[in-house]
Design a protein around this ligand. Structure first.
Ligand SMILES: NC(=O)c1ccc[n+]([C@@H]2O[C@H](COP(=O)([O-])OP(=O)(O)OC[C@H]3O[C@@H](n4cnc5c(N)ncnc54)[C@H](O)[C@@H]3O)[C@@H](O)[C@H]2O)c1
Length: 428
């Protein structure tokens, strides 16, 4: 099929290469000219496992990027995958969705055939009905008659985006009418036959995404709070989870206590849902508490060091990890940032190391960047593990650099505490 994807970011490009690999003709449309040029030269604009090889394989054949919306005329299904960031007050910023829809409206105006528009960007319930459809109908074409509309939230995770899209644990299709839903279901059924498909209306599909992310965020803040209690009385929260996870009602996923969740989705989607609930006159106490635990958890890693050694002023601290999780170079809402900022506020000298992620611009000049694990830890007096990269387990073999140094784990990287290292966890 001829497919178009609006927004060649993490979601758009990751799903684009998979769909090209399935044999579709995929056109990626993005306003970022530099990104489009990179993609067309076969260079992935961000790190994601398997992305580069699939991009190289299909660019120029099944896959092409453009900044030009007028090339969309052949597209049968158009996926909207632009970003939906937070505004400073936590509410959702729809500016990219609105600008993409304004451009799509002109495509629809001149379209000779029926097109299906699929909203994959995460948008709050009723956005498609109240914002997206009205803009698209300014084309003079009618939703449900000249074009179809579906909401099809995306659940892939950075660091495993390609595999996640290939093996979707469920495909949620919210449709404005039967025809739209049937077209999208047939499309997915052909290429992803083993994924269960859930058919709902537009606003239910939008809510499924928010409810899923809010639930995952709740699990993390829940176990962090339990971990904070455990820490006070010398209990290892990971052993507690070991004893909980076999209960199928609980499960073991998303119960890794630590410095909290970051990334491009959980924090912003949680805040957007809180804001939305308040607009509806609800007081989402549970969700607010989940957010509060997450905002305060990183500070605890710094406090822990202060409790052990007192003042951090002038102390050399190595921060291991910048990315919000391993397997990605994404820094959005990374917990590393509040930790580094707090360390700098305390007067510490910070040296950071991440195997892939680059230092965010706002920290340029304030911290040193090491080019290897050894370089980061050599001079440091205190070491903080902030991202659970496998590579950091190498610490165990670098004991000659670590004598007399304290290591604080913000993420649990050692299942068993190494005997040769002086190590303390945030919740264990
Ligand atoms: N990143 C994830 O892991 C993930 C997972 C599930 C869902 N989501 C959701 O998917 C959506 C996209 O997220 P992302 O991480 O891929 O975002 P992103 O910021 O990585 O990419 C968005 C892209 O859209 C482009 N863009 C902006 N306005 C445009 C326009 N008018 N026309 C064409 N392109 C435009 C940007 O240049 C950018 O390349 C968001 O709503 C997000 O919440 C993200």
């Amino acid at each position: 099929m001829h497919l178009a994807i609006i927004g060649a970011g993490f979601v758009g490009l990751s799903m684009g290469v998979v769909l090209a690999d399935k044999g579709h003709k995929v056109l990626l449309v993005d306003v970022d000219k530099a990104k489009v040029e990179k993609i067309n030269s076969g260079i992935a604009p961000f790190y994601e496992p398997k992305l580069s090889e699939l991009l190289e394989k299909h660019v120029g054949n099944n896959l092409k990027a453009t900044t030009n919306y007028s090339e969309l005329e052949k597209a049968e299904i158009i996926f909207i995958c632009v970003g939906t960031p937070s505004k400073p007050d936590g509410s959702i910023d729809l500016k990219y969705v609105i600008s993409a829809c304004e451009s799509l409206k002109d495509v629809l105006k001149h379209a000779k055939d029926y097109k299906l528009i699929v909203v994959k960007s995460t948008v709050l319930p009723t956005t498609t009905e109240k914002v997206i459809i009205p803009i698209l109908e300014k084309s003079g074409k009618k939703a449900g008659k000249h074009f179809g509309i579906c909401v099809n939230p995306e659940f892939l995770r950075e660091g495993s985006a390609i595999n996640d899209f290939l093996n979707q644990d469920r495909i949620v299709i919210g449709a404005m009418d039967k025809k739209s839903g049937d077209i999208l279901e047939k499309f997915y059924r052909n290429d992803f036959p083993s994924s269960p498909i859930v058919r709902v209306d537009l606003r239910t599909a939008e809510m499924i995404k928010y409810a899923s992310n809010a639930f995952l965020a709740t699990k993390i803040s829940f176990i962090n709070e339990i971990g904070n209690i455990c820490k006070k009385i010398g209990i290892d929260v990971y052993k507690v989870v070991e004893g909980m996870k076999y209960d199928p009602r609980i499960g073991g996923h998303f119960l890794n206590a630590g410095i909290g969740f970051g990334g491009s989705c959980l924090p912003k989607d949680l805040k957007a849902l809180i804001n939305f609930a308040k607009e509806l006159g609800e007081h989402p106490k549970l969700l607010e508490a989940v957010n509060h635990v997450n905002e305060t958890q990183p500070e605890r890693l710094v406090e822990l060091a202060k409790q052990r050694i007192g003042e951090l002023k002038g102390k050399k601290v190595a921060v291991l990890g910048l990315a919000f999780k391993p397997g990605t170079d994404d820094l959005r809402e990374t917990r590393a940032l509040p930790i580094i900022t707090k360390l700098l506020d305390e007067g510490a000298e910070v040296i950071v190391y991440d195997p892939i992620a680059k230092l965010p611009e706002e920290l340029n000049g304030s911290v040193k960047v090491a080019s290897s694990l050894e370089e980061a830890i050599k001079e440091a007096e205190i070491i903080k593990i902030v991202t659970d990269w496998e590579h950091f387990k190498e610490l165990i073999n670098l004991e000659h650099y670590l004598e007399g140094k304290l290591i604080f784990e913000g993420r649990r990287i050692f299942d068993v505490k190494p005997e040769n290292l002086e190590i303390e966890g945030i919740c264990w």
